[in-house]
Design a binder for this molecule. Structure first.
Ligand SMILES: [Fe+2]
Length: 235
């Protein structure tokens, strides 16, 4: 007999396999490679090319990707509902949508998206093995290390792979796989270890606001239409 273990305060990461037409995916890949142009890194040769740093960040307005963006938006509403949001109080804004193309040997370094609330990724390539570079979500802290930092030292005392002390979570890309997670979560992309495989994904950043209202909730940003753009100082 053992005491009951209550794992409290979970972070929700959602995945769904979207149905994708292979011919449409092939056309989307061609479009993205054309948008990438001659540049194939960011610009460090070891860093994957990302559209957000290269002027390609509004794919949701591109005819080849509008339908996919609509599918992702529908899933984000599900995510919000499933995590307790009263969707009647919220407006959802798709702020950015950009491609990430990772060649053999390239990575995306650890980062999060401070410009957004919720992030999503859809993969357009991958074999489901992770060889082309798994997505890595990093635990903000190991909550069961008892005090911050106890798990960091060399040689333990906490095992690296214990399920109640996870440092990270890996997701192997495959075409149509969608993942959604809070934008605050640090994430990275492991090295593309497939010499023949191009890793291609699309990232989405969402921002929540209140609906246009006289009385928006206290900590939800009022709707952008109710903001006032301030005068810049005279030079
Ligand atoms: Fe990211």
């Amino acid at each position: 007999m053992f005491v009951d273990l209550h794992s409290l305060f979970p972070t929700v990461v959602a995945t769904e396999q979207l149905r994708m037409d292979p011919l449409q995916v092939a056309a989307q890949l061609q479009t993205l490679l054309a948008l990438r142009g001659d540049q194939d890194s960011n610009p460090d040769p070891g860093c994957a090319w990302t559209g957000d740093l290269n002027g390609v960040w509004q794919l949701h307005d591109h005819p080849d990707f509008r339908g996919l963006a609509d599918q992702v938006v529908a899933r984000v509403w599900h995510y919000l509902k499933a995590t307790g949001f009263d969707c009647d109080q919220v407006d959802l804004h798709l702020q950015r949508c950009w491609p990430v193309v990772s060649e053999w040997g390239q990575v995306v370094g650890r980062h999060h998206h401070p410009n957004a609330h919720l992030s999503a990724v859809v993969y357009l390539s991958g074999e489901g093995t992770g060889d082309e570079g798994a997505l890595c979500l990093h635990a903000p802290r190991q909550l069961n290390e008892l005090v911050p930092g106890l798990a960091v030292g060399h040689g333990g005392p906490i095992g690296d792979d214990h399920p109640l002390n996870q440092r990270h979570w890996l997701l192997a890309p495959q075409p149509g796989l969608l993942v959604m997670f809070p934008a605050r979560l640090d994430h990275s992309v492991l090295e593309n270890a497939d010499p023949d495989g191009l890793r291609v994904s699309m990232s989405f950043d969402f921002v929540l606001s209140a609906r246009p209202s006289e009385r928006p909730p206290e900590y939800l940003s009022p709707h952008p239409h109710q903001w006032q753009r301030c005068q810049r100082p005279v030079p």
